[in-house]
Design a protein around this ligand. Structure first.
Ligand code: HEM
Length: 543
């Protein structure tokens, strides 16, 4: 047999290398043009952003990276049906993106089984979320959804507000802000709220008080891991991060280190839960009813695992998923809310009028806060914490507007763009107007869910929506009656609304944080003098 790469014979070696290079080039161009041909043949007339052979929409993406969601919104609002086809680098993948409520209803509800998380989520998120609710489909998803949903009934929500949020407000957040106010310090409200909502979720979902644990290492590692998953998700050329992971380089090396810290922390929580349960059993003090307890007993009694390590690994996935759900979602929403109302003093006045009229500080009283509910919804419409979401298509499909979606394509929807569609929200869609959510009597009117997909829609709609609203209202009431929160940058203005300061990530966090100063609310103090002590509730903070 002839050794083609025989170094003894330079001519033969040169010919062999040339032949191999030629074959590689042929294969490359064959692959490229067959993809291009397939794309031309696809039965779709869906518009696409400016796309070039080989690089697809890469140039547009790189040019608009810093304003990605506005770029997508601009393009979607210019297409007749608010739907686009996306061509990736080397035509390696195809997909569509929509901000059309009729298409969204089809995608998330009517043809739900055809759009799964599949490899689109598994590839990117499995290292962090394992088999947790956010990254699985079918049986594993149904099971977790069923067990978790008990945690979100009215009784649990009332407990959440009275025993968790209210006590942590008076024990930690209000005293912290009071000190910052006294010292006239500038603080990053986004970061402060993140810490607060993180301790809320650990207490309500796992029954664990993390204020007594050292969690700074975990928070940093968790944020890093989520950030790196986000950049994997939004990467125009996924092969790059996959190679980096294979070779353990750069961000992927950091990711592995972060995951180790995250796993250790989650295991600490599980161990502390097991200890608590053993104690309860010994003292015969009844069962815990938090989410993690439900999962520990289900996994012990009704599910089969190869060994104890696998069972704990599954519980770890539950813990991480719920931290992801509860840690930064409401804090991100509140950050944009405070930024927006800073630019709209009339809204502040109207919110305070409602707060003054409250007759207590509890779940039932907060139902009366129609204007605040409208203002929070309006803020979520313009700045949805999950700005874009994605699914993988199981079989070829045609959407109600005629858009063709092929098997294996990604199907995205942009909640950020939906809030900016004139066709959906009218010509004033980019303005902050809580009144659009109120009827003539000032009562809150919910919108059609497919026009407001901030909490997702259909069978996989967010389980924590009511919890998030009541948590946000409680925090807003507690903070606004104590402090005037003054944004250092002046808050939202018409100009800043054209180019809002967000990061490109799975969550729409504010770029560089939200820096504020606090002032004791003088007008509220005057109101206090006129109201009964009952009306003041039990939150106390001295400034
Ligand atoms: C403003 C706050 C929140 C927003 C905007 C929000 C938004 C969302 C969105 C868009 C999804 C769909 C994700 C997907 O399937 O790709 C989702 C799912 C989910 N959310 Fe929320 N969420 C918020 C707060 C919360 C809170 C506080 C919890 C509870 C701790 C929670 C628990 C969940 C769960 C368990 C799911 C998974 C549902 C499923 O796959 O069946 N969320 N949320």
């Amino acid at each position: 047999m002839v050794d083609l790469l025989n170094v003894e014979n330079p001519l033969l070696s040169f010919l062999a290398l040339s032949l191999i290079s030629f074959l590689v080039c042929c294969l490359f161009f064959f692959f490229l043009f067959s993809n291009f041909y397939r794309q031309q043949q696809a039965p779709t007339k869906t518009p696409s952003p400016q796309s070039y052979p080989i690089i697809g929409n890469l140039i547009g993406f790189l040019r608009n990276r810093h304003r990605f969601h506005d770029w997508v919104s601009d393009m979607l609002s210019q297409t007749p049906s608010s739907t686009l086809q996306v061509n990736s680098f080397l035509n390696l993948s195809h997909g569509v993106c929509t901000a059309n409520p009729i298409n969204l209803q089809h995608l998330l509800h009517s043809n739900f089984p055809n759009y799964i998380k599949g490899s689109r989520y598994h590839d990117v998120l499995h290292d962090l979320l394992g088999y947790g609710i956010f990254s699985v489909d079918a049986h594993l998803w149904t099971l977790q959804r069923k067990i978790s949903s008990h945690e979100f009934n009215t009784k649990s929500l009332k407990h959440f507000i009275s025993d968790v949020v209210t006590s942590q407000l008076s024990d930690t957040l209000v005293p912290f802000l009071s000190n910052a106010c006294k010292d006239n310090q500038i603080i990053d409200l986004q970061e402060t709220l993140q810490k607060f909502t993180f301790s809320n979720i650990c207490k309500v979902a796992f029954g664990v008080d993390i204020t007594s644990m050292d969690n700074s290492g975990f928070v940093k590692a968790f944020d890093d891991a989520v950030e790196i998953c986000s950049s994997r998700f939004l990467s125009p050329v996924p092969t790059i991060w996959k190679i980096k992971r294979l070779l353990n380089l750069g961000s992927e090396k950091r990711f592995k280190q972060a995951i180790k810290v995250v796993n250790d922390f989650a295991l600490e929580i599980i161990k502390s839960k097991e200890k608590q349960e053993l104690q309860n059993y010994k003292e015969n003090t009844g069962k815990n009813q938090d989410l993690l307890s439900r999962f520990t007993s289900k996994t012990r009694l009704e599910m089969e695992f190869e060994d104890e390590e696998k069972r704990r690994k599954f519980l770890r996935d539950i813990v991480i998923s719920f931290i992801l759900a509860g840690k930064d979602s409401t804090s991100t929403a509140l950050t944009w809310f405070f930024w927006l109302i800073n630019g709209h003093p009339r809204c502040v006045r109207l919110i305070l009028d409602e707060v003054v009229a409250l007759e207590g500080f509890n779940y039932d009283e907060f139902k009366k806060l129609n204007y605040l509910h409208a203002a929070l919804s309006e803020s979520l419409r313009l700045f949805p914490p999950v700005p874009i979401n994605s699914r993988l298509t199981v079989n070829d499909d045609v959407w109600p507007d005629g858009t063709y979606v092929g098997k294996g394509w990604f199907a995205d929807y942009s909640a950020y763009a939906m809030g900016r569609m004139e066709k959906v929200w009218g010509p004033d869609c980019r303005e902050f107007k809580p009144e659009r959510w109120l009827d003539d009597d000032g009562v809150f009117q919910p919108s059609d869910q497919f026009k407001f997909p901030v909490f997702h829609c259909g069978p996989r709609m967010c389980l924590g929506k009511d919890m998030a609203y009541v948590q946000m209202k409680t925090i807003v009431v507690a903070l606004m009656r104590e402090f005037e929160i003054i944004a250092v940058d002046g808050g939202a203005s018409a100009e800043k609304m054209m180019n809002p300061p967000y990061t490109l990530s799975l969550l729409l966090k504010m770029r560089g944080g939200f820096h504020v100063r606090l002032q004791k609310r003088r007008d509220w103090q005057m109101t206090l003098k006129q109201t009964s002590p009952r009306k003041t509730g039990k939150i106390n903070g001295v400034c």
